[in-house]
Design a protein around this ligand. Structure first.
Ligand SMILES: [Ca+2]
Ligand SMILES: [Ca+2]
Ligand SMILES: [Ca+2]
Ligand SMILES: [Ca+2]
Length: 556
């Protein structure tokens, strides 16, 4: 990468700094923090034309001893953004838009990327979650929905590049996007709508089918709560009215593992390929059914079996049209935190409700049906649908509204489901890395795999080999939503993309690790789809964790 125009100055400044560093470290730190030229250049960004900048000042980095130039600005009507600009001698020449999570509504820092030299921007997506929490920003506010859907990210990137040009006196050599979940949706949205913004995009666990996944979240809660919680997978063992045991989920998960854990070559509690596991609840749980009229945390009632089947099946409308994939086999333990009311979840949908929350009130219908009910945990509450401020209860959401056109307008704003990435991948030659954890229960990896396959068809005439020149998908066995899970779930998401874009080194695998107490105890390569990692290590000790290392797997 070429150094920027003032590189000779920077080099000599660096030499002086290094000499100072070796002679007197406190003095070096003092000189670095108080370089008047840098402070002046940073503060001058407040005066930049054609952007509304509200502040620009030198700020400390939590992940580095190097301070940086911190800029905040506003884009009409309500987008707030910030830029974290490394001082010129620390800049690696790259621009990075840092992705958001959830419904966002605030400014997110990426201090670790700034420490690596990236000039980073992020926005509040056009609303303030302190004033309008959750999805409420979308209440009768189309502009806020458009900003959330796609406008805030794009305009923040535009503003960020203007700031980079001004501060460093040159354009970024390369521009990247990195994000997961909401950020994954943003990455795919950018690839579809604004193909010239980035050279490379990494999109993790993308919430790209945004309306479908929220409809699915609501539907799953409805299945769990129906018939006065008859099919709840938590059990009230002492009959005191409080669901205290989650044992049935353990039992279900164990049954799935017994059937398919070893299919990838090792019994590590991780399914390498859950979609090819042939677990069938009705037959595989047949020996674990309760006698009629009984229930306990050791056996399944027919209502509980129905819930399990519904979760794996996923929502369909009354005509049998699949709205969203069902939960992946192996993800059972993650259901507890999001869908299963128990004492562990404050015995109600307080935490569960975050899955779909107030989405249907404010972000699904063209005209919002009503505000949230006074207590969203109260599933028996009758929403007041009349009067000046009608209410809408998540339990009254009709999954048929997904396919009858009621959500089409909002889908056109929030969904990043267009499989044609020709402009980004072919015309621009951009690179795309998508990853998704296979036990992610919030956003189901199968939907991402379906999208990737649709993209191969629409963009590369069905040629996987051609598609892999520009876009690769990595599915992570045993990885939960963006992080966590009992399988290997940790790797540097951005560096493989940078190596691909700048050096042409396409990632065939990324090495993912799982750690307990800071020690790696499970490792495997994640293979670019359609390949999968298969254990090829010592066959007589395949279940010894010492053998669960990347070298003992082959992509095939
Ligand atoms: Ca943000
Ligand atoms: Ca709305
Ligand atoms: Ca109890
Ligand atoms: Ca396994």
């Amino acid at each position: 990468m070429a150094l920027h125009p003032s590189s000779s100055f920077v080099k000599s400044a660096l030499q002086i700094l290094l000499i100072t560093l070796f002679s007197c470290i406190p003095l070096a730190a003092y000189a670095q923090q108080n370089n008047p030229a840098q402070t002046q250049a940073c503060e001058a960004l407040e005066e930049i034309r054609n952007l509304t900048i509200t502040s620009a000042s030198i700020r400390a980095n939590s992940r580095s001893s190097d301070s940086y130039c911190y800029v905040r600005g506003i884009i009409s009507p309500a987008i707030h953004f910030h830029a974290q600009l490394p001082l010129p001698r620390n800049w690696n020449g790259r621009f990075l838009q840092w992705g958001d999570g959830g419904k966002d509504g605030d400014l997110d820092f990426a201090d670790h990327r700034v420490a690596e030299g990236y000039a980073v921007t992020n926005s509040n997506m056009g609303h303030d979650n302190g004033v309008e929490p959750g999805a409420s920003f979308g209440f009768n506010n189309r502009q806020a929905e458009i900003d959330f859907g796609y406008r805030a990210v794009h305009l923040t990137v535009m503003a960020g590049k203007v700031l980079v040009n001004k501060f460093y006196n040159k354009a970024p050599e390369y521009s990247y996007f990195e994000g997961c979940s909401q950020g994954g949706r943003q990455g795919l949205m950018e690839a579809q709508r604004f193909p010239n913004d980035f050279d490379g995009i990494v999109a993790g666990a993308p919430a790209f089918a945004y309306q479908a996944l929220n409809a699915s979240g609501t539907w799953n809660l409805q299945r769990m709560f129906r018939d006065d919680l008859a099919g709840n997978l938590a059990v009230d063992t002492d009959g005191n009215g409080s669901f205290d045991s989650l044992k049935l989920i353990d039992i279900l998960h164990e049954q799935v593992l017994q059937k398919c854990d070893a299919n990838d070559g090792i019994r590590d509690g991780v399914l390498g390929s859950p979609l090819s596991c042939d677990f069938k609840p009705a037959s595989d749980l047949a020996d674990l059914m309760c006698p009629a009229g009984n229930s306990s945390d050791q056996c399944f009632t027919s209502a509980q079996l129905q819930t399990v089947q519904d979760f794996y099946q996923g929502p369909r409308d009354d005509n049998g049209v699949q709205i969203y994939p069902g939960k992946m086999l192996g993800s059972e333990m993650r259901w507890a935190g999001f869908y299963v009311p128990s004492e562990a979840n404050n015995n109600g949908p307080s935490k569960l409700i975050g899955v779909a929350g107030d989405h249907m009130n404010y972000l699904f219908y063209e005209e919002d049906p009503g505000v949230t009910i006074p207590n969203v945990r109260d599933y028996n509450y009758q929403a007041k649908t009349e009067g000046p401020f009608p209410e809408f209860h998540w339990i009254d959401y009709d999954i048929n509204d997904f396919t009858n056109g009621s959500g089409d307008l909002m889908m056109s704003i929030t969904d990043a489901t267009d499989p044609d990435l020709s402009q980004f991948l072919k015309d621009r030659g951009g690179k795309l890395i998508v990853y998704h954890g296979l036990i992610d229960t919030l956003i189901v990896a199968e939907s991402t795999q379906n999208y990737y396959n649709d993209m191969v068809d629409a963009t590369f005439s069905g040629s996987m080999a051609a598609a892999k020149e520009n876009a690769r998908l990595f599915l992570a066995p045993g990885m939960a939503h963006c992080a966590g899970g009992n399988g290997p779930n940790t790797w540097d998401k951005l560096t493989p993309l940078v190596n691909w874009v700048e050096n042409g080194t396409a990632p065939d695998t990324v090495i993912a690790t799982h750690s307990s107490n800071g020690v790696v105890d499970n490792e495997r390569p994640l293979c670019a789809v359609p390949q999968q990692a298969r254990y090829i290590g010592p066959s007589d000790s395949a279940d010894n964790p010492a053998n669960w290392i990347a070298e003992n797997f082959r992509c095939e």
